[in-house]
Ligand binder design. Sequence first.
Ligand code: ADP
Ligand code: MG
Length: 253
Amino acid sequence: MGKIIAIANQKGGVGKTTTSVNLSACLAYIGKKVLLVDIDPQGNATSGTGIEKAEVEQCIYDVLVDDVEARLVVKPTAVENLAIIPATIQLAGAEIELVPTISREVRLKRALEALKDNYDYIIIDCPPSLGLLTINALTASDAVLIPVQCEYYALEGLSQLLNTVRLVQKHLNTELMIEGVLLTMLDARTNLGIQVIDEVKKYFQDKVYNTIIPRNIRLSEAPSHGEPIIIYDPKSRGAEVYLDLAKEVEGHG
Ligand code: ADP
Ligand code: MG
């Protein structure tokens, strides 16, 4: 049965989408069957895997709001073993439209249950908020992976995220675990990066991945080509580290 991992942090620009796309693609590359689920209305994971958003007829919105079966919305990507449930800007309405509906927090969970057996991993790219979409992701997941950017105030806001995780554990999903904390965008030329690593390790201890993602220009270029790094530039440092992360995640079982 597949493992469902939410990539979450309510801060924007910390590397959620970069990690969702490239962890998914690297898990697929090492032979796992992977489904990437985009639940950010910005749809960056969708375009980052080469899906033309204008040509998407049905997306995760239709699954969450109109009860369309998830399997009908799954699209193949150019990466072998990697499929995606896309998101378009239509999803921006879902957060409000879901409020008055029955079982609004468990809609994604129910939708993915029917698919779970078909994949080794289902990776969910969350939006930069702790709203109903992120709650749906945490409720549907076995574990949450938290990307933390190596910069000043790295830990700021994390207590809110951990509080939300605890509330979901208590009321909606007792099985939810913290999969790990991933340090991203490390600039190895500065001391600040080292300080942040120490600080985050002091706080999260063995939950911090050994793999640390450095700043890598190729990682920031790849999305505009609609390609995960393992396709765009397999020899780059970015491809190397996300492959390391995939192996580390796979090792956690
Ligand atoms: P989020 O999904 O948390 O908002 P993104 O993954 O979209 O964050 O990353 C924010 C920006 O930083 C994007 O432009 C992305 O290409 C860039 N970026 C992310 N990780 C790296 C990295 N390791 N090196 C260089 N640029 C990165
Ligand atoms: Mg994003």
